[in-house]
Design a protein around this ligand. Structure first.
Ligand code: DON
Length: 303
C-alpha cells in the first residue's frame, strides 16, 4: 500500500478544517497554540515510518498520558485496580464531577480525569522517594531518555486547575486516594504536561500494536494487558465522543486537549496526529478527520 501517498492526500483533504475548532485555553500556555498546525505519523509494526506535516514538533500530550498510567498501574497492581475505578464509558465530559459524586468516588473509567488521578495515586504508592515510575515507563516504551515534562505547562495547570483539585478532594473524601491529594495532583499535572512529538508518540505506543513490545523489542506489557488497554481506549478514550469515533475511525484511540490523538491498529500500525483546534468534546477536529480518512483509504480498522 502507498502509505506515504495516502498521508499526503489526507493532509490535502483536512486543510479546510485547519483553523477551525477551539484551542484549549483553560491551561494558559496551551491557549497560544495555532489551530493551523498539523502533523501525522504512521509507524508500522515492522518499523517503517511515514509522516506528513510537523511530525517532529513537540506539543503537550495532555490526556494521552493517561494510557501510560493505565498500563503501568495494571502491571503494578493487576486486577486490584478495578476495585477503585470502573471501565464503562462515562458519556460525560472528561472533567465532570456529577457522576463521581453519584457513584461515591469510584470514577467511571481510567481515562477521565478522576480515573487518571486514582491511577496516579496507585503508582505513587509504589515509588520510593524522588523515584518517577511514570517518566521511566514513558522513556522505556518510547526508547528515548530525553522525553520530559514541560514544567511551564504543569505549573500553569497547577495554578489554574480548580476543577481537578475539586475532583481530587472529592476522591479523597470518599477514601479513594491513599496519598496526599496535592501530591497526586502534582504528579497528574506533570503526566499531562509531557512534551512529545508525533514521531515519538508512535514509538511510545507501539507496544499496543505489537503484542506488548516496544520498537526496540523490550517487553512493555503482556498480551492480555494490551488487549485490555486497547478495549478501554475504544470505549472510553475520547470521552463522550467514543461512539462517534468508533463509527467514523474504527480504532482504539486516545486524545488530549493539546490537540494530539493516537490510534492503534493491532498487529499493523500506530498512528499519531496533532492539530490544536478542538471539537466541543475536546478532541482534535482535523486529527479526527485525518484518522477517519486513514482507515477509510487503507480499509484497515478493527472492524
Ligand atoms: O486535566 C486536564 O483537564 C488536562 N490536563 C487534560 C485534559 C485532556 O487532555 C482531556 N482530553 N481531551
Amino acid at each position: 500500500m502507498e502509505y506515504q501517498q495516502i498521508l499526503e492526500d489526507i493532509k490535502t483533504e483536512i486543510q479546510p478544517l485547519l483553523g477551525k475548532g477551539r484551542v484549549a485555553d483553560y491551561i494558559p500556555p496551551l491557549a497560544a497554540a495555532s489551530p493551523y498546525r498539523f502533523a501525522m505519523v504512521l509507524r508500522m509494526v515492522d518499523g517503517k515510518l511515514f509522516q506528513v506535516g510537523e511530525a517532529r514538533e513537540s506539543f503537550s500530550i495532555q490526556s494521552i498520558g493517561k494510557v501510560f498510567a493505565l498500563t503501568l498501574a495494571m502491571s503494578l497492581d493487576g486486577d486490584a485496580i478495578w476495585e477503585r475505578v470502573g471501565r464503562e464509558p462515562s458519556g460525560s465530559a472528561f472533567n465532570s464531577m456529577a457522576q463521581l459524586e453519584m457513584e461515591r468516588g469510584i470514577p467511571r473509567n481510567p481515562l477521565i480525569n478522576a480515573g487518571a488521578l486514582v491511577l496516579v495515586d496507585m503508582i505513587l504508592s509504589h515509588a520510593r522517594s524522588s523515584e518517577d515510575l511514570l517518566l521511566d515507563f514513558v522513556r522505556r516504551s518510547a526508547g528515548k531518555s530525553s522525553i520530559g515534562y514541560d514544567f511551564v505547562v504543569a505549573n500553569a495547570e497547577r495554578a489554574t486547575g480548580y476543577r481537578n483539585r475539586a475532583v481530587a478532594n472529592l476522591l479523597k473524601s470518599f477514601g479513594n486516594l491513599n496519598n496526599d491529594a496535592d501530591q497526586v495532583l502534582d504528579a497528574y499535572f506533570r503526566l499531562c504536561s509531557l512534551s512529545m512529538n508525533c514521531e515519538e508518540l508512535t514509538a511510545a505506543f507501539m507496544y499496543l500494536a505489537n503484542g506488548g513490545l516496544s520498537p526496540s523489542g523490550e517487553i512493555i506489557a503482556t498480551a492480555r494487558q494490551v488487549k485490555r488497554v486497547n478495549s478501554v481506549m475504544l470505549t472510553c478514550g475520547v470521552y463522550d465522543e467514543a461512539g462517534d469515533y468508533a463509527y467514523r475511525v474504527g480504532l482504539p484511540a486516545k486524545s488530549g486537549v493539546g490537540g494530539g490523538v493516537i490510534a492503534v491498529m493491532p498487529g499493523k500500525f500506530v498512528a499519531a496526529v496533532w492539530s490544536p483546534g478542538l471539537s466541543e468534546k475536546g478532541n482534535s477536529l482535523a486529527g479526527t478527520m485525518a484518522l477517519e480518512l486513514l482507515t477509510t483509504k487503507t480499509a484497515l480498522s478493527i472492524f
